[in-house]
Unconditional design. Structure first.
Length: 183
């Protein structure tokens, strides 16, 4: 008997760098597919949330009507009395309310006070006219008379000023250019 030897099978060999490149490409493809499916899920969720049911519009109309009734009752009532004619420094902070459906009067007051967003504060002179404005937006703001320390903290940490028709953070350069030798 003769012994048969099988021919050696040559295995295909590929460079390691090519194999690593393929593996990395496969991982990238899988990652892109995951990201795309996540985006599609988010888009579908957003689309579902954009569809508003009639109950939403009815509720918002009722809230707006309630706010207008509050304003009309406020107009009939006597306005708050200021003890002195001298204006005091006050700070007004706009609060976030979940059920906020503002009437046009409230929007106008917020525009006048430059309270565009929630948690925004402004310093004002509190006099009779300002108290009447505050009465209109009372449920949506918190206000009071700040201490010197509160004023310093707010100005140092969050102070903004209008300069060249834009809002800028307050810094020494702007103060010197605007006030000059006054400080």
């Amino acid at each position: 008997m003769t012994q048969r030897t099988e021919p050696e099978v040559q295995l295909k060999s590929l460079p390691v760098t090519l194999l690593k490149r393929r593996k990395r490409a496969n991982k990238d493809i899988i990652k892109e597919q995951r990201e795309r499916s996540e985006q599609l899920r988010k888009r579908a969720k957003l689309r579902r949330s954009q569809v508003r049911r009639p109950a939403f519009f009815i509720a918002s109309a009722r809230k707006k009507a309630r706010d207008e009734m509050r304003l009309s009752r406020q107009a009939i009532r006597k306005s708050p009395v200021v003890a002195t004619d001298a204006a005091r420094l006050g700070v007004i902070i706009r609060l976030k309310r979940e059920d906020e459906e503002l009437s046009d009067d409230c929007r106008a007051v917020f525009r006048l006070l430059r309270l565009d967003t929630y948690n925004q504060a402004v310093f004002v002179k509190v006099n009779q006219a300002m108290l009447e404005l505050l009465g209109l937006v009372a449920p949506y703001v918190a206000w009071g008379y700040p201490t010197l320390q509160t004023v310093r903290d707010l100005l140092a940490k969050r102070g903004r000023t209008f300069f060249n028709h834009r809002k800028h953070a307050i810094d020494n350069k702007i103060i010197e250019s605007r006030l000059g030798k006054a400080v």
